[in-house]
Design a protein around this ligand. Structure first.
Ligand code: 28F
Length: 646
């Protein structure tokens, strides 16, 4: 080569490449969010995203993902294959450019692009930089090409390996164990995301294989995901364990120059609303302009229709948005150029034009749909009217409670044994079922910072009841007053009286039941409390094992077996005593303090709401009336249920 400028450019590029790689390896979190299990899985999504992009461009309809035996991942698509020729500006093969150049910045903060979706074409290079080894094969123009990298640095040229008739790209990478907390992928985490992608992109087939053989896994697993119905199938999937109130899933779509949208919806007999939204395949958990446009339109259209069919009289007030969305399951799927992601977790769509775009389409098409399907129209209006009346009743109940508490000298529930500390961040509230357990807890606690609220009366299944019933329920209303934050739309976290709210129930079936009911209540009516990590579950021991002076508390049967075999102790041995606690009330206050309440020695489980679709599913199944799915779920997810301890 005689061209000096080119030689010089090349070395400058080389330096930039190395600096880029170093930046990614130094601050992986900036690029993939974290180096935890979540970040690890993000690597797969980045590679699969490139295949999906190729599919959205119309050149690919199949993506196959395999978890290999060594925990590496292989992704294959049948697209055009990444171009392998020399890049005209950079003078190296485009394939190498794609896998080594980090021109754009990180996406999770820092400089550069602050967007949630897509790494602006540097996804493959970021994954490469964070991989011990990566191998990319391209099938294109009759040839097989390959390049291999280590920690992002090419260790081979782009080589031609022979001939082929197919086209596409195959990427295999082994995540760098010096960067990630662990490099073991979870089949179910990947499956969940790929199912979502398959629903959102109906033309694509995604296959997930697991070729690992270890532990519980002794056979290869393979799942093929393809949904001709797209988001209609998604709604059907979410509602599969719910009672729907009209047969057809309503679907509409629309497009303009730089955006397209599709919406699917169906009502169920439930009292909760499940509107899940996406922008460019990214879940917009904080909502945004597409969601606002949708909500405005559906509220207006249902009100207009209700008046038109005379279900709402002239002198009556409009149905509220909440009324119209009660029991609604909906998916909003928007694809647009230059998405702006805002909000605390960058999951709120900000593009202003999308609001009127969505509102216009929903207004036009839903109006038309209701005209064409008067039966369904009537069902939806009736459902909203029921909600409307219940909300009126709730408002009155709320006013009653306010008035009542204004009259009483103290508004705190009589059963509450409060703590002396007044700083909420230091305070804990134990919610305990029944009198005897409440008694032990009151005696065993550290009264300086631990408060006890024993629960009484009949519990309400909140999944099956509306807000007015919740206020009026003799079991839940003390919880509401003790916490001080109110519920539903009126929630105010700044009034929270205890930063740790710990549900303490027996380890038996009844305890499990009360735990599930309370969790459902928190999840549905005090969601921010769960989201902010204020809700915990206490773990009381199931057994006390004693031999001589040696004493152990054991929390489940598995650990009991373990302890006995570790110590070489025999159950039949009369020296040994195994006490099984049937309930919290059986423990004396000292035991309860030591095993379950003392912050130094106890284990408490923090409840998290990671994924709204999954959480909804868990609560629907666990609380719903359909028995079969509940059994199935518990069998399949025994571990998860254990972890959640519901
Ligand atoms: C297993 C992961 O990464 N698939 C991909 C393509 C196809 C093209 C492309 C990708 C060209 C200049 C960047 C082909 N032919 N699967 C994948 N398939 N990237 S990634 O182009 C990349 C751009 O800079 C492709 C014509 N145009 C594009």
């Amino acid at each position: 080569m005689t061209d000096n400028t080119n030689v010089q450019n090349y070395s400058e590029e080389q330096i930039q490449v190395l600096e880029g790689l170093e930046a990614v390896r130094k601050r992986p979190g900036m690029y993939i969010g974290s180096t935890s299990l979540r970040g690890l899985h993000h690597l797969v999504y980045e590679i699969v995203d490139n295949s999906i992009d190729e599919a959205l461009a119309g050149y690919c309809d199949r993506v196959e993902v395999t978890i290999n035996e060594d925990s590496s991942i292989t992704v294959i698509d049948n697209g055009r294959g990444i171009p392998t020729g020399i890049h005209p500006k950079l003078n190296i093969p485009t394939l190498q450019v794609v896998h080594t150049m980090l021109h754009a910045g990180g996406k999770f903060g820092g400089e550069g692009y602050k967007v949630s979706g897509g790494l602006h074409g540097v996804g493959a290079a970021v994954v490469n930089a964070l991989s011990e080894r990566m191998e990319v094969e391209v099938y294109r123009e009759g040839k097989i090409w390959r390049q291999i990298y280590e920690k992002g640095i090419p260790i081979t040229e782009v080589e031609c390996l022979g001939d082929t008739e197919k086209t596409g790209t195959k990427t295999t990478f082994l995540a760098d164990p010096t960067i990630f907390d662990e490099i073991r992928f979870e089949f179910d985490i990947l499956l969940k995301r790929f199912r979502e992608l398959a629903f959102l992109n109906r033309k694509i087939t995604i296959v997930l294989n697991d070729n690992r053989k270890d532990g519980e896994n002794q056979e290869n697993k393979s799942v093929e995901l393809h949904y001709d119905g797209g988001i209609v199938s998604f709604v059907q999937y979410i509602n599969r364990n719910k009672e729907t109130i009209h047969p057809d899933i309503i679907f509409f779509s629309g497009a303009k120059e730089d955006a397209e949208i599709e919406i699917a919806l169906q009502y169920t007999d439930s009292y909760v609303e499940n509107v899940f939204s996406y922008a460019n395949d990214i879940p917009t958990t904080e909502g945004g302009t597409h969601v606002t446009g949708f909500k405005t339109a559906i509220t207006k259209v249902v009100n207009d229709y209700a008046r038109k069919i005379n279900a709402l009289k002239e002198n009556e007030k409009n149905l509220s948005g909440e009324d119209v969305r009660e029991g609604l399951t909906a998916i909003i799927n928007v694809k647009l150029m230059n998405p702006q992601f805002e909000g605390q977790t960058k999951t709120k769509l900000g593009n202003a034009d999308i609001r009127s775009f969505t509102e216009g389409i929903v207004t036009e098409k839903l109006t038309y749909y209701l005209e064409e399907h008067p039966k369904t129209g009537k069902i939806i209006v009736d459902k909203a009217l029921l909600s409307f009346r219940a909300r009126e009743a709730a408002r009155k109940a709320r006013e009653m409670t306010k008035r009542k508490s204004a009259l009483e000298s103290t508004s705190l529930p009589g059963k509450l044994a409060d703590c002396t500390e007044k700083d909420p961040s230091k305070c804990e509230l134990f919610i305990v079922e029944g009198d005897s357990a409440g008694g032990s807890a009151k005696q065993g606690r550290d009264r300086r910072f631990q408060a006890i609220l024993p629960l009484w009366g009949k519990m309400l299944n909140v999944e099956k009841a509306r807000e007015d019933k919740v206020y009026g329920n003799d079991k839940l209303s003390p919880v509401i007053t003790a916490l001080g934050v109110n519920i539903g739309e009126n929630i105010d976290l700044s009034k929270l009286r205890y930063h740790k709210v710990i549900i303490m129930a027996d380890a038996d079936v009844d305890g499990q039941h009360i735990r599930t009911l309370l969790l459902t209540f928190f999840f549905r009516y005090m969601r921010p409390l769960v989201e902010q990590g204020h809700i915990y579950i206490a773990q009381p021991p199931l057994y006390r094992v004693k031999k001589g002076k040696e004493e152990h508390y054991v929390y489940n049967d598995r650990d009991l077996q373990r302890l006995l075999s570790e110590k070489n102790w025999n159950r039949e041995d009369g020296n040994i005593s195994i006490q099984r606690f049937k309930g919290l009330g059986e423990m004396n206050p000292d035991q309860l303090w030591e095993t379950t309440m003392n912050p130094e020695t106890r284990t408490i489980i923090q409840i998290q709401v990671d994924d709204p679709v999954v959480s909804d599913e868990i609560f629907t199944i666990l609380m719903g009336e359909k028995v079969e799915p509940r059994k199935e779920f518990i069998q399949k997810h025994a571990r998860l249920v254990n972890n959640l301890d519901i």
